[in-house]
Design a protein around this ligand. Sequence first.
Ligand code: UTP
Length: 276
Amino acid sequence: MIKKCLFPVAGYGTRFLPATKAMPKEMLPIVNKPLVQYGVEEAVEAGMNDFGFVTGRGKRAIADHFDTSYELEHQIIGTGKEELLGSIRKLIEKNRFAFTRQNQMKGLGHAILSGRNLIGDNPFAVVLADDLCFGEAGGPGVLEQMAKLYAQFRCSIVAIQEVPADQTDKYGVISGEAIKDGLYHITDMVEKPKPEEAPSNLAIIGRYILTPDIFDIIENTPPGKNGEVQITDALLTQAQNGCVLGYKFKGKRFDCGSIDGFVEATNFVYNNIYKS
Ligand code: UTP
C-alpha cells in the first residue's frame, strides 16, 4: 500500500572524513554494495517502487548509481562480470528514482520537507541509509514489518530500539504506553537527551513511516536542538494531535554512520550474506 520512499542523503558525513570529502557516505560499500542500495532493496521488499532522494552538493554519485551506465555495460557484455551488475540493473528496471536538493543543511526535518514535491499527498517511508537494517533470518525486513503495521493502524510509525542509557544523546528518544508487545503509543519524544533527561532508553532509528500531514507540521516547527528543524519535534506535535506509534522492530541494525558500526556491519554481511 505504501509505494513511496524518501531518502534524505544531504548530510556531510563528517564522521567519515576524509572518505566522504568527495563521495557521499551513502555510497560507502558494505562488502560490495553501497549502503543506499541496501536501503532501496529493503524498501522494495516492503512493496515500494517509487524512490525520492533529497541530495546536496557532492552527491551526484547516488543519482549515477541508480541510472544505467552504457559504457560500462557495453564493456562487460558477455563476460562473467555481467552478473555483478544484476542486482542494481533489476532495481533500475523495476522502480522509479527521482532527485531533489536540500539547498541548506537545516536538519532532518527540513530535509524531509524538501522532499515534499516528490511525495505529494501520500503516506511514505523514510530511510536513513546509514542505518543498515536486517530482519530476523528468514523473516521480513524492518520496513516490511512497519508497512504491515501501517496497514492496520494508518498513522505515523517510527522504528525504535533499546540503547544503553549513556547513549541517549545520539538519538531521538521516546516514551509511550505499550499497546502490545513491542508497540507503543508515543506520548513524549526528546531529541538527543542527556541520559538524566531521557524519558526512556527507547531510541528512534532510521526507519519511519509518515502520513503526509507531517509536511505542514514540519513547516510550522521552529528550529530545535542544534538550531536544526528536527523531525522528532514535528512527530511530537503529530503524536499530541493524533497518533504516532513506536515499533520495536525484529532484527538487527548497524549504525554505519559511525566507524565501529560500519566495521561490525561489514563483518556481519561478509559472514552471513556474502559468504553464504
Ligand atoms: P547525521 O546526523 O547522520 O549527519 O544525519 P551526517 O551529516 O549525515 O553525518 P555526520 O554526523 O556529519 O557524520 C542523519 C541523516 O539525515 C540526513 C543525513 O544525510 C543522514 O542520512 N540529513 C541530515 C539531511 O539530509 N539533511 C540535513 O540537513 C541533516
